[in-house]
Design a protein around this ligand. Structure first.
Ligand code: UDP
Ligand code: MN
Length: 277
């Protein structure tokens, strides 16, 4: 019997998008992404948080706001706790790709689909953008004179993992083990994922230059290039804003630039008609 199902090109519905969030950001960050890019992937996007929220739940398909009951702080443990839930829920979903983003990320959905069409989900792929120019070095706790080094993709820029690789991770990440590993090496969730994939499983990170976290200079993205990028973010450092620079809505109305990016990419969608251009 010839199996051809896996040869079908990857579609949006083959992707599981998980967003990590926390109750304090439901109003300020979640609403913004639910109203913008999530409208293009409502059925494929799941939100992992730490509290119930009926108001947000009403905006999403049922079961898409997942209260992990992980503690709501920025500690290593609670971040790994959420990532462990994201991983386990992805594994239960049977989808080809697991993509993780933060709640301050804009995802250009058609470009994400186009990217994943270039890779075979039944091969092992770890796609993302490192924020260091070198591998992360940590002390090997089993052998303290030895350092060990590995690459990791920054969670805030987006991480995509193929089904084949996710399956290989199972003994180290499944059933909440991701949290145990994170505790052992005392590193946050994205580093822990890198440790499992690059150090334990010896799989390379494939750098996707079109992923952008706020650890890089977002204002340097050129306007004609915006449509080719896959993720964006925003941040405030002191009194300087690290945001994508483009024309669109007034900065007071759209400080993150997500509405302006959304309307730049999809000018005919709701709320974009009144963007000055
Ligand atoms: N986050 C969380 N719990 C917290 C703080 C943050 O789950 O107590 C999530 C947040 O919703 C976001 C990610 O962790 O998806 C990164 O947080 P943030 O952007 O505030 O900080 P960064 O690490 O990017 O500086
Ligand atoms: Mn962030």
């Amino acid at each position: 019997v010839v199996q051809v199902a896996h040869l079908e090109p990857t579609q949006l519905d083959d992707i599981y998008i998980s967003v990590k969030t926390t109750k304090n950001f439901h109003q300020s960050r979640l609403r913004l992404i639910i109203d913008t890019w999530v409208t293009l992937a409502r059925q494929q996007t799941y939100f992992f948080t730490d509290a119930d929220d009926l108001e947000i739940q009403k905006l999403l398909p049922s079961g898409h706001l997942i209260n992990t009951n992980c503690s709501s702080d920025h500690s290593r443990k609670s971040l790994c706790c959420k990532m462990a839930f994201e991983y386990d829920n992805y594994m239960a979903s049977n989808k080809r790709w697991f993509c993780h983003v933060d709640d301050d990320t804009y995802v250009n959905i058609p470009q994400l689909v186009a990217l994943l069409q270039k890779y075979n989900h039944s091969e092992e792929w770890y796609l993302g953008k490192p924020s260091l120019r070198h591998p992360l070095e940590i002390i090997d706790r089993n052998n303290p004179v030895q350092k060990l080094a590995f690459w990791f993709a920054t969670g805030g820029a987006g991480i995509c993992i193929s089904k084949a690789l996710a399956l290989k991770m199972l003994p180290h990440a499944g059933g909440g083990k991701l949290m145990t590993v994170g505790e052992k090496i005392r590193l946050p969730d994205d580093c822990t994922v890198g440790y499992i994939i690059n150090y334990i499983l010896h799989k390379e990170l494939t750098v996707i230059n079109e992923f952008h976290s706020h650890l890089e200079a977002l204002w340097q993205i050129r306007v004609p290039e915006i449509k080719n990028q896959i993720t964006f973010s925003y941040a405030k450092y002191g009194d300087k804003n690290n945001i994508v620079r483009l024309e669109g809505f007034d900065e007071n109305k759209d400080p993150t630039r997500f509405w302006s990016i959304h309307c730049h990419l999809f000018p005919y969608t709701k709320h974009c008609a009144n963007m000055p251009r």
